[in-house]
Design a protein around this ligand. Structure first.
Ligand code: CTP
Ligand code: MG
Length: 429
């Protein structure tokens, strides 16, 4: 048990450095900038991490490991009240940790290694780790119980679906967070020892605690915090935004504790919307055609003209999907260079459009289509249309219909217009 007295004394009696590793590229978050620079409630993830560290009792020297070549994060660090020491990182997290360790002042007793990606880790967690070190532990990690049942799996040669090899007892499992705290000389020695290890062994080391375990050091645990989640994917960023919104003291810059935070745009991962419009003339009476619309056949109604089945609703839905994903339009994907789609049905085109959108890294939220026209009479078949198109897209598609009060080509029955919107969101596959 960590006493309050020990916690309070951690700062005064021991030299504790905090190394924030922020040199990753944030590939899975997909912002195209280093993850530490991604904004959350108007402040970068790294600034949030520094704000929380500034509120700890234990942090002495603070070192931030930045992406090599970065200037933007360095500028933010320079204007932060902590004024951390900066050092360029390496190509792996392990290399970045080493870069940070190399900058640590002589005589540092304990060091806390922290992921900038866990930017909302509360100050108490840092202090609890430092306090356990002050109590004599050589290595301390914050952990949370695991809620899922965890399986180990293996894949035999030629096996399509990996098979389960075991189910570790959940009570003994913990999810690990940062900061991970270490007796500094012991961690430096451990890294020095690992220097000579072969590449495969070295790459298997995913955190510093593991390194200590491999060298036979006892690693202690303290309770972590749900707020210390690692922001890895867009969903994590949304969760972090939610945590900030439900805890108004979080995310307050340390240098303006009493000031109102100025309203900022919140550039999180925002779903993308798209629009698609398709107009088809009703075929001339001299040229009888079947009416296909919204994936359905309407017997006895003169159909729409066009090379395909003229399904304006399905075509508008396809264009809205392409527009949302930013991957062109119907002409781009079903043009003359894809003759296999000449004359294809609306549902075939919609299914292929949905596949292309997913292949581009998106999932589909929904597609909504409204068509304006006198024929076909639609109300009785609306649910059927929704079902057919949703099946084709693999996502909810809803269709509504209206008339134009007799105005224009839709009013005279010469043609109809379909308007579609689609919502897609970026996903990690
Ligand atoms: N990190 C680092 N140097 C690296 C790789 C990672 O300092 N070469 C840091 C990241 O900045 C992050 C932490 O280690 O704070 C955990 O890594 P992760 O969550 O994987 O972040 P990224 O590597 O940036 O993300 P991704 O793997 O999606 O590219
Ligand atoms: Mg990474």
């Amino acid at each position: 048990m960590v006493s309050a007295e020990n916690q309070a004394s951690a700062k005064t009696t021991q030299r504790t450095a905090v190394i924030v590793v922020a040199a990753g590229s944030g590939t899975r978050l997909g912002y195209g900038v280093p993850k530490a620079l991604v904004p959350l409630k108007g402040r970068s993830l790294l600034e949030h991490a520094l704000d929380n560290i500034a509120r700890t009792r234990c942090a002495g020297e603070v070192i931030v490991v930045l992406p090599p070549g970065d200037t933007e994060l360095a500028r933010l660090c320079a204007s932060h009240p902590l004024a951390p020491l900066l050092v360029p990182g390496g190509s792996t997290r392990n290399d970045s940790v080493r870069a940070g360790l190399s900058k640590m002042g002589p005589g540092t007793e304990n060091v806390l290694i922290h992921d900038a990606a866990r930017c909302l880790t509360p100050p108490d967690v840092f202090d609890a780790v430092a306090a356990a070190l002050a109590d004599g532990a050589k290595a301390v990690i914050p952990v949370l119980p695991v809620v899922d049942t965890i399986k180990t799996v293996s894949q035999d040669p030629g096996e399509v679906h990996p098979h389960v090899t075991g189910t570790p007892a959940r009570e003994s499992l913990r999810a690990v967070q940062t900061p991970q705290g270490f007796h500094a000389p012991t961690l430096i020695a451990a890294h020095a020892q690992a220097d000579g290890w072969d590449k495969v062994t070295a790459e298997a080391i995913t955190d510093d605690a593991m390194l200590m375990e491999m060298l036979g050091e006892r690693v202690s645990t303290v309770p972590g915090s749900p707020a210390a989640l690692k922001i890895t994917t867009p969903t994590d960023l949304l969760l972090a935004k939610f945590l900030l919104a439900t805890n108004p003291t979080e995310g307050t810059p340390v240098n303006q504790p009493d000031e109102q935070i100025p309203a900022q745009p919140v550039p999180l991962i925002i779903p993308r919307t798209g629009i698609g419009i398709d107009v088809h003339a009703v075929a001339d009476a001299s040229e009888p055609r079947e009416m296909w619309l919204a994936g359905l056949h309407f017997p006895g109604v003169q159909g729409l003209s066009g090379h395909s089945d003229g399904d304006a609703v399905a075509h508008a839905a396809c264009d809205a999907l392409f527009s949302a994903a930013g991957i062109g339009d119907l002409g781009t994907h079903f043009g003359t260079d894809r003759p296999e789609y000449a004359g294809a049905s609306g549902t075939t085109l919609l299914a292929e459009a949905a596949r292309l959108v997913r292949a581009a890294g998106f999932e589909i939220g929904n597609v909504a289509v409204q068509f304006v026209g006198r024929r076909p009479k639609f109300a009785a078949r609306r649910l059927e249309a929704d079902a057919v198109l949703s099946e084709a897209a693999g996502a909810p598609v809803t269709v509504t219909a209206t008339t134009s009060d007799g105005l224009g080509y839709e009013g005279t029955g010469e043609g109809l217009t379909a308007y579609a919107t689609a919502l897609v969101y970026s996903v990690q596959r």
